[in-house]
Design a protein around this ligand. Structure first.
Ligand SMILES: Nc1ncnc2c1ncn2[C@@H]1O[C@H](COP(=O)(O)OP(=O)(O)OP(=O)(O)O)[C@@H](O)[C@H]1O
Ligand SMILES: [Mg+2]
Length: 296
């Protein structure tokens, strides 16, 4: 494990990468993630994953290994299939009638698209946090207890609510108003509430699709600090348009692009590397062009 502290995300005091000047769009002083120690097992494996929406081939032959208790970032221009690939990992694409997934997605060796697999169970193990905070129109307390109740949680609900809010770094701000509507919270607080809600059902993996894009810089840094803390216990995959954010928080980065072959546009994985490598010495010219802001 790395010995980074969560505060490194905001203090920017850790060592710079050699050659970081090759990526001027990324503030090297804030590049603190990205050199994982390779001791973590691969727990999710996407192999040759294709996704179609009707006849439209949105994602072409993507293979990515996801390691336990690391943060993996998906980056790339709009429409390259980041959200689509993310949704294959907890079968959220099942909810889109035209979507069809081919190839293999395994979780701890189990084929997530196998005949006996219940997508609802998949989503309990692999939770999701969306771009726009989406609390239920209920109290803060009920937002957290909702999922565990459905899952027939038989422990102490008050303790679970407190622990979940604590883990999402929200407890101190809401402990005196648990019965207030979740809508009374700020956007950043609502997003932390959604993270607490996702954690409350004890998932193993958290998928985060641009979790901070609707937030101000301070709330964004809080979410990033939180991710550092959560990766002690969770495997996290984050989609982000913010390259500084990918560089700050993630251990590995997958860069996707829209590729046109035989007149057909499809999202493809261009490069998957340790984040430090991808942002300083990418192996593909297209990656370099993207991270230096030449397109996208
Ligand atoms: N529900 C859907 N029905 C039909 N086409 C879709 C659907 N969702 C996504 N697509 C198409 O699939 C392609 C990939 O979309 P996706 O949302 O995965 O991209 P993205 O990389 O997440 O983009 P962004 O950065 O804008 O969120 C796009 O061409 C998009 O229009
Ligand atoms: Mg998206």
């Amino acid at each position: 494990m790395s010995d980074r502290s969560p505060n490194d995300a905001v203090s920017g005091e850790s060592a710079l990468f050699d050659g970081a000047a090759r990526a001027p769009e990324v503030d090297a002083a804030r590049v603190t993630g990205g050199s994982p120690d390779n001791t973590h097992d691969v727990i999710i494996s996407l192999e040759d994953v294709d996704v179609y929406y009707g006849d439209f081939h949105a994602v072409d032959s993507v293979s990515v290994p996801i390691r336990e208790k690391e943060i993996t970032a998906f980056i790339g221009p709009s429409g390259c299939g980041k959200s689509t690939v993310l949704r294959t990992i907890n079968r959220m694409n099942d909810l889109i009638p035209t979507a069809r997934v081919e190839g293999s997605v395994t979780y701890h060796g189990v084929d997530l698209y196998g005949g006996n697999v219940d997508p609802v169970q998949v989503r309990r193990h692999i939770g999701m946090v969306f771009q726009k905070p989406n609390p239920f129109p209920k109290s803060i307390y009920d937002n957290i207890s909702f999922g565990p109740k459905i899952a027939k949680y038989d422990g102490n609900m008050d303790d679970l609510v407190e622990e979940s809010l604590n883990r999402a770094a929200l407890w101190d701000e809401v402990k005196d108003k648990l019965d207030d509507s979740a809508y009374a919270l700020s956007g950043g607080q609502q997003q932390r509430l959604c993270i607490a809600r996702a954690i409350a059902t004890s998932p193993d993996v958290l998928l985060m699709d641009e979790p901070a894009s609707a937030l101000d810089p301070i709330a964004t840094l809080r979410i990033e600090e939180l991710m550092y803390e959560l990766k002690q216990d969770y495997t996290i995959i984050i989609v982000t348009h913010n390259m500084q954010q990918a560089a700050r928080v993630s251990d590995r980065t997958a860069f996707f692009n829209i590729d046109i072959q035989n007149g057909q546009r499809a999202g493809r994985l261009v490069e998957f590397s340790e984040t430090a490598t991808l942002f300083t010495t990418p192996s593909e010219k297209t990656t370099e062009d993207y991270i230096t802001g030449r397109f996208g």
